[in-house]
Ligand binder design. Structure first.
Ligand SMILES: [Zn+2]
Length: 212
């Protein structure tokens, strides 16, 4: 199978997106109509072969990239909370982040590092990246994304503190405007114990340390 055929295989598209409830045919049809119009207005010919299915694909991709609107991050955490005496810092680092800036609807992506100090409850570790995804899969600014993850964990787990650091490259900066190709934006947000310099420094040292 050539690469070209592979790209044009409609079933393949559907496979990748099958889990999303918002995939109702009416919504896809409506969005596709608008994207077809966008293609025309930027000077393209939507009827040429390579673009025939593009409006529909873009519609599906956009719904995939914004699926966070339909998900409840607190529910995800509540579903996997356990009583546990452990009260040292728990860190999940290098969580992949893919989001879109709300100003240009262009991707920003990078890594999130999330820490909390349990106060009687811990959460299944796999849920932390899911919480990051819920807030990242919608139109965002990196600052708000950082705060929303912090607040969600603080409100749900009620830990002694939460620390979040997110480092991302923004394509709206790299591809247009100032064209700062390699600049990385870092944001952070803290609660409780992490407002103390000693705890925050420990967290920042641990996320910058390399394993082995
Ligand atoms: Zn932007």
């Amino acid at each position: 199978m050539s690469n070209e055929n592979y790209i044009h295989d409609e079933d393949d598209d559907i496979d990748g997106y099958v889990k999303i409830d918002r995939y109702n045919p009416d919504l896809i049809a409506s969005l596709s109509t608008h994207y077809k119009e966008v293609l025309k207005q930027i000077g393209e010919k939507p009827e040429r072969e390579g673009l025939l299915k593009t409006p529909e694909r873009v519609a599906k991709a956009m719904l995939y990239l914004t699926q966070g609107y339909d998900l409840d991050a607190k529910e995800i955490l509540n579903s996997a909370m356990f009583k546990e005496d452990y009260s040292q810092m728990v860190i999940v680092k290098d969580i992949e982040v893919y989001s879109m800036c709300e100003h240009h609807m262009l991707p920003f992506f990078g890594k999130a590092h999330v820490a909390y100090i349990p106060n009687g409850h811990v959460v299944g570790l796999s849920k932390i990246p899911r919480v990051v995804d819920v807030f990242a899969r919608r139109l965002q600014v990196q600052e708000r994304l950082t705060n929303e993850i912090r607040d969600c964990i603080q409100d749900t787990l009620n830990p002694w503190g939460v620390g979040i650091v997110i480092e991302c490259r923004h394509l709206c900066m790299s591809m247009r405007g100032v064209q700062k190709q390699n600049s990385v934006t870092t944001t952070s947000a803290f609660t409780g114990e992490f407002l103390k310099e000693k705890t925050r420094t420990e967290f920042l040292n641990l996320i910058s340390a390399k394993l082995g």
